[in-house]
Design a protein around this ligand. Structure first.
Ligand SMILES: [Zn+2]
Length: 147
């Protein structure tokens, strides 16, 4: 719990940079993931479906993700990435419907980890609308793809 609070504080500090100061930094993977997922959800609310490919995903992030386009992603074991690995629906195993989740439809399933390419880029499965970090390496809280 303390770690979560500290991380949230760091994110707030990063967002509170003085206006006009140009800082080209890669957002933490958690922040980029949050942008992707909220963009996918807002796209769904707007159209009634998930972005169906990379082009639509990028368009959704451009429209709903705060105006900066698809964020870069950098996890320790990989180089900086700015692309999306598209996955077949078989990567996503839906779990039996449970209580409604505030975090979105992607919470009710899990990834088939042995099918992941471990590219270090973003991963996206259009059928479920699930966006994730395409990395099977451990993070300080589970593996990156599990976040
Ligand atoms: Zn990895």
């Amino acid at each position: 719990m303390l770690r979560t609070v500290a991380a949230a504080g760091l994110l707030s500090a990063a967002c509170a940079l003085p206006a006009g100061r140009v800082v080209e930094t890669v957002p933490p993977p958690e922040r980029g993931l949050s942008i992707l997922r909220s963009s996918v959800e807002l796209f769904r609310r707007s159209t009634g479906r998930f972005p169906r490919d990379r082009v639509e995903l990028r368009a959704a992030v451009s429209k709903f993700g705060g105006g900066k386009g698809l964020p870069d992603v950098k996890v320790p074991e990989h180089s900086l990435q700015h692309r999306v690995e598209l996955y077949d629906p078989s990567i996503w195993r839906a779990l039996p419907a449970g209580p409604a989740s505030a975090s979105g439809p992607w919470a009710e399933g899990e990834l088939e980890a042995d099918q992941l390419r471990d590219s270090g880029a973003w991963g996206y499965e259009p059928n479920s609308g699930h966006a994730f970090v395409d990395c099977t390496h451990p993070s300080d809280s589970g593996r990156w793809y599990e976040r």
